[in-house]
Write a protein that binds this ligand. Structure first.
Ligand code: UDX
Length: 431
C-alpha cells in the first residue's frame, strides 16, 4: 500500500521505516529541508536502536523516500499518517495542535478521494472531528476518512516495539476503513490484538494509558519514600508486589521521577482536558505535582551527601530521561542538575548518548566528561541519574582511586551495594 508519514520525529520515522520493512511504499514528509537532506543521505538525526540500518536498507531498495513537498507525496497515498509534535502550551499546558492543523490544511487540497488520514500524534479527545472538518472546509469535494491510530512506541525501543506491539488501536466506525487498515497491518493479524473502537475512545486510550503508567511510577516513588522512613526495602517490596499478576512487575522501578516527551506532557494535557469537561481527575493532578517536587528532593538528597564540603564536585552519570535514548526533553537529570547549580557545586557529567542534547540545554554551566570514569576525577560524590546498563557494573576499585569523596547517590538503584568496595557510602532510593 502507499503510505505517507507526516513528521519524521521519534514517532514518525520509526513508523515509516517499520511500514517500509513490512513491504509498503512509504514517503516521509517533513517541512525541515535540512532534516530531509540528512535522511536522504541515509542518516538519522535521532538515536534509536536499529533504526539507521533498517532505514538504509529500505531507502536503498526504494521502499522509503523522503521529501519536503507535501503535495507530491500525498496525492497518491492510500493512508496518510499525521505524526507531528503536539507540545504543551506554555501557559495552559493543553496540547498545542497548531502543527496537526497546519498539516491537515496543507494536505487537504491534494489528498485523493477515499484516502485515510490517520492521526498518530497524541491529541486531545475530539481532535479527529476537528481535523475532519478542517479538511472538508479546505476541500469540500474531498471524500476522506479521518481516524485515530495512537502510538505506543517507547523511545529507545521504537523499532522493537513497532514489530512487537502489545496492541494496535484503530479509532473508526467505518467498515471500509477497517478493511483497509486490516490490510495495512496484516503482518500483525495473528501476532497481536487489533482493537477497533470509536475515534474518541482511541484518542482517550492513549492518554488513559500514559496517565496510568505515570501514576504507577509515582506510586512506587511514594512507596520508596515510605520505605525509607519505615525501614523496609523498596527493592523487595516492588518485587513482592510485582509477583501479583494483577499488579504486574513492570513500571515498578523507583527513580528520580518520570520524564521524556510523553508522560509529563500527556498527564498535563489529560488534567487540562478533564478540567474542560468538568471532571475530577485529582489523582492525575497529584501525580503531576508529586513528580515535579520529586526532582527537587533528589537534588537535595545529593547535596545532603556533601553538605560539609564548601564547594563540592559532583559527578553525574546520565543526562537522558531514561536509558537507550539521547533525548533530554523533560529529563529528570536536566532538572536535578539545574537545581544543583543553584548551590555552589561544580558539576561534571557523562552520558553515553545524550551529551549533545544536554549541551543544548545546559550549555557551559557544567563540564562534560569524555567517559564515565573521567567524570569521577576528584569528585566528592557520584550521582547516578539515568539507568544506562554500562553504569550497572562499574570498576569499583578504579572509582575509589579516582574519587576524592566516597559517596554515591544512586537515583536509579542500579548498583549492587553488596559489591561496593569498603569506604563507599551508598545512598539508594527507598531503603
Ligand atoms: C512512554 C510510553 O511508555 C509509550 O508507550 C508512549 O508511546 C510514549 O511514552 P517513553 O516516554 O519512551 O514511552 O518512556 P518510558 O519507557 O515509558 O519511560 C518514561 C519515564 O518513566 C522515564 O523517565 C523512565 O525513566 C521513567 N520510569 C519508567 C521510571 O521511573 N520507573 C519505571 O519503572 C519505568
Amino acid at each position: 500500500m502507499k503510505v505517507v508519514i507526516i513528521g519524521t520525529g521519534y514517532v514518525g520515522l520509526p513508523t515509516g521505516v517499520g511500514l517500509a520493512e513490512l513491504g509498503h511504499d512509504v514517503i516521509c514528509v517533513d517541512k525541515d529541508e535540512n532534516k530531509i537532506n540528512i535522511l536522504q543521505s541515509g542518516k538519522v538525526i535521532l538515536y534509536e536502536d536499529g533504526l539507521e540500518d533498517l532505514l538504509v536498507k529500505n531507502f536503498n531498495s526504494g521502499k522509503i523516500k523522503f521529501t519536503s513537498s507535501m503535495h507530491n507525496a500525498v496525492s497518491d497515498a492510500d493512508v496518510v499518517f499525521l505524526a507531528v509534535g503536539t507540545p504543551p502550551h506554555p501557559v495552559t499546558k493543553e496540547a498545542d495542535l497548531q502543527y496537526i492543523f497546519a498539516a491537515a490544511e496543507e494536505l487537504a487540497p491534494w489528498v485523493k478521494n477515499g484516502a485515510i488520514v490517520a492521526v498518530k500524534s497524541t491529541v486531545p479527545v475530539g481532535t479527529g472531528d476537528k481535523v475532519e472538518s478542517l479538511i472538508k472546509e479546505v476541500n469540500p469535494a474531498s471524500n476522506i476518512d479521518v481516524i485515530s491510530v495512537p502510538e505506543f512506541l517507547r523511545e529507545g525501543y521504537a523499532v522493537r516495539d513497532f514489530f512487537n506491539p502489545d496492541r494496535i488501536i484503530i479509532g473508526t466506525d467505518s467498515p471500509r476503513v477497517k478493511k483497509i487498515m486490516a490490510e495495512l497491518y496484516v503482518f500483525f493479524a495473528d501476532k497481536t490484538e487489533i482493537l477497533y473502537v470509536k475515534r474518541r475512545s482511541a484518542e482517550t486510550i492513549k492518554y488513559a494509558s500514559n496517565a496510568f503508567l505515570a501514576t504507577k511510577i509515582h506510586y512506587i516513588n511514594e512507596m520508596a519514600d515510605f520505605c525509607e522512613q519505615s525501614g523496609a526495602d523498596i527493592r523487595d517490596v516492588a518485587k513482592g508486589m510485582g509477583l501479583d499478576k494483577r499488579i504486574g512487575n513492570k513500571f515498578l522501578n523507583p527513580g528520580p521521577g518520570f520524564g521524556g516527551s510523553c508522560f509529563p506532557k500527556d498527564t498535563m494535557a489529560m488534567a487540562y482536558m478533564a478540567r474542560q469537561f468538568n471532571v475530577n481527575l485529582s489523582l492525575i493532578e497529584d501525580v503531576i505535582r508529586g513528580n515535579q517536587e520529586r526532582k527537587k528532593r533528589m537534588a537535595q538528597k545529593i547535596l545532603k551527601s556533601v553538605e560539609n564540603i564548601k564547594s563540592p564536585k559532583i559527578a553525574v552519570w546520565g543526562l537522558a530521561f531514561k536509558e537507550g535514548t539521547d533525548d533530554c526533553r523533560e529529563s529528570p537529570a536536566m532538572e536535578i542538575v539545574q537545581e544543583l547549580l543553584k548551590s555552589n557545586a561544580n558539576i561534571v557529567a557523562y552520558d553515553p548518548k545524550a551529551m549533545d542534547n544536554a549541551k543544548r540545554i545546559l550549555g557551559d554551566k557544567i563540564e562534560y566528561a569524555s567517559d564515565m570514569y573521567s567524570a569521577l576525577q576528584d569528585a566528592d560524590v557520584l550521582a547516578i541519574l539515568t539507568e544506562w546498563p554500562v553504569f550497572r557494573t562499574p570498576d569499583f576499585d578504579k572509582m575509589a582511586r579516582l574519587m576524592k569523596g566516597k559517596s554515591i547517590v544512586d537515583c536509579r538503584n542500579m548498583l549492587d551495594d553488596k559489591r561496593l568496595v569498603p569506604g563507599f557510602v551508598y545512598y539508594g532510593i527507598g531503603f
